[in-house]
Design a protein around this ligand. Structure first.
Ligand SMILES: [Zn+2]
Length: 328
């Protein structure tokens, strides 16, 4: 049985062949012995593709985890059958990835002139593929915020999240209008990631009377005005789908003690043991109950309700929740 799917092999085979060509080109400058060892490893992988055994663990013959194969197409063992040294190296890599990711996340509570922002980030694995950002402007007059979800899970998704983070941080220093920033972020993401990857995202900025908001194919943000809830539809395509995408910006008025709630589908698609999804209505109900109590109480309420709903069912996807609350 071939463990890796035909489409995965189709993605990986050209990469393996290209790596081989690059190695051969480097052979003049790197020790011949070292290059020959690597070439032998590459040729063995190409042979496994021909023989139909590519993607099978050499010990148990079961499929190697697809995200690990994508990271390293020369991988020969499943996680269970790495030797002790390889396993320790793998664990150190994951620890480092977790550390890097946690350093990229904003402080969990940020207060500016009129706003408090609070978020929760619960990856399904050791690292997450959700993107979350809160950055007050240098003069304190506004707050930029974003919440996104990149395709895929695990380490590969977390690398894309890191990439998205770097793109927005560099664009923020240019102080662009929101629509222009989204247009450029999309182009940069499109040109620098594989065509198979994209990211849904909501980004916005606070204004004197509310927020301006751009939704690139992400779950609908919720606006809570006392007892009333408004859902904000998407206005653009996910980032990375089409290089020339344009984005429209909506202005949303928000008065004192009103809030804007952004979230990832890890919340609305969380499942109970019977496979029913949590859905937007339960999220709205959960927020409404705590709307007057502020951002932290609202976040506590949602995560408690999601956990209660899931009962013993495992968390399938990354969960991120960002609440912006107007406090004066
Ligand atoms: Zn194995």
């Amino acid at each position: 049985m071939t463990a890796a799917s035909a489409s995965l092999i189709q993605q990986l085979q050209p990469r393996i062949v290209e790596t081989r060509a690059r190695l051969q080109a480097a052979a003049q400058t790197v020790s011949a012995e070292y290059v020959n060892d690597l070439l032998a490893e590459i040729d063995a992988a190409l042979e496994r593709i021909n023989a139909g055994s590519f993607g099978n663990c050499e010990v148990c013959h079961l499929p190697i985890e697809a995200d690990r194969l994508r990271q390293n197409p020369l991988e020969r063992f499943c996680l269970d059958h790495l030797n002790e040294a390889q396993r320790r190296a793998h664990e150190r890599d994951l620890e480092l990835a977790t550390q890097i990711q946690s350093q990229l996340l904003p402080a969990s509570d940020i207060t500016s002139r009129n706003w408090s922002a609070h978020y929760r980030y619960q990856p399904a694995g050791v690292v997450g593929g959700d993107y979350c950002e809160i950055v007050p402007s240098a003069d304190g007059a506004s707050v930029f915020f974003a919440l996104g979800d990149v395709t895929g899970k695990g380490v590969a998704a977390s690398l894309l999240m890191t990439h998205l983070n770097a793109i927005f941080r560099s664009l923020l220093s240019l102080d662009l209008p929101l629509a222009e920033m989204m247009l450029r972020a999309n182009r940069l993401f499109c040109e620098s990631t594989p065509a198979t990857h994209s990211a849904t995202l909501v980004a916005g900025r606070t204004t004197a009377s509310g927020v301006e908001l751009c939704n690139a194919g992400h779950c609908r943000p919720l606006v809570l005005r006392h007892d009333e809830i408004e859902r904000i539809d998407s206005t653009g395509l996910p980032l990375g789908l089409f290089c020339g995408s344009r984005y429209t910006v909506r202005h949303i008025a928000l008065d004192l003690r009103c809030s804007l709630v952004l979230y990832s589908d890890g919340i609305t698609e969380a499942q109970d043991p019977e496979g029913n999804p949590f859905e937007e209505d339960r999220l709205s109900a959960s927020l409404r109950g705590q709307a007057k109590a502020g951002a932290i109480a609202m976040a506590d309420s949602v995560l408690r309700d999601v956990a209660r709903f899931r009962r013993a069912a495992p968390q399938q996807d990354d969960i991120t929740l960002l609440i912006l609350w107007r406090h004066c």
